[in-house]
Design a protein around this ligand. Structure first.
Ligand code: PGA
Length: 233
């Protein structure tokens, strides 16, 4: 595991954006796993800005988002589909049919989870996944206690997670479930970059650094992966 300390959030975002763009330069047909949340917005902003300044080609890139809410139409302001369009997809030359986000409106959610895993397989697996870090060590919506063998599935959101995301749902209808990639799905990515920043994350960063691997702290599983880069600020 490579640990890299950036002096501040701006430089963490710049570094993450260059890891992402370098990976596309090295493999224009790369398959990326992408996160949502507050942490990666600076990285996406940089990617978009760099693409405006210098041509970067997303034409043959494929993306799989980590998760999506259940029961929220993709056009809803709070959906991760809307988030991704707002921060990245609407500003780059990616083919929309190459972007994948679980369908939380599916009438058959179990089937949707299996379908998502199959889509990842059909794409040849994920080459590089970016992750955020939850204060409790969660990765995607895999909360403490999640088995390391878990795959894409429907999860109930904890009250603290719902409270953290309430601002995106001003009508008060904060979703209670999500579809998330499982821990084993994430670990199958050939390479992983984890981003963590801010005073609220320092305890989680210290816990990850302690190298104690436990299902009580999902991100600790990353110590068992051969190619992880942790970027902190
Ligand atoms: P954040 O969320 O980037 O919004 O802090 C990260 C996470 O909880 O996974």
């Amino acid at each position: 595991m490579i640990w890299e300390q950036a002096p501040d959030y701006d430089q963490l975002s710049a570094r993450a954006a260059s890891l992402l763009l370098d990976s596309i330069r090295a493999n224009p047909q790369i398959v990326l796993g992408l996160p949502t949340g507050k942490t990666p917005t600076g990285m996406y902003e940089r990617v978009v800005r760099d693409c405006e300044r210098e041509y970067h080609c997303f034409k043959d890139v494929t993306t799989f988002n980590l998760d999506e809410y259940v029961g929220i139409p993709k056009e809803h302001d709070g959906s991760y589909a809307t988030y991704m369009k707002r921060v990245l997809f609407d500003h780059i030359d990616i083919d929309p049919s190459h972007t994948h986000i679980p369908n939380g409106m599916s009438h058959n959610l179990e089937f949707e989870c299996r379908r998502y895993e199959a889509e990842i397989d059909d794409a040849g697996g994920i080459d590089l996944t970016f992750l955020g870090l939850g204060r409790n060590g969660h990765i995607a919506f895999n909360e403490p206690g999640t088995p390391f063998r878990s795959r894409t599935r429907v999860v109930d959101l904890s009250e603290s997670t719902r409270a953290a995301n309430a601002a995106y749902f001003p009508d008060g209808n904060v979703p209670s479930q999500a579809i998330t990639m499982g821990i084993a799905t994430i670990m199958a990515s050939k390479r992983i970059v984890l981003l963590a920043t801010g005073s609220g994350k320092q305890e989680a960063i210290a816990r990850l650094r302690s190298r104690q691997i436990s299902v009580d702290f999902p991100a600790s599983v990353l110590w068992t992966h051969p190619n992880v880069h942790v970027l902190v600020a």
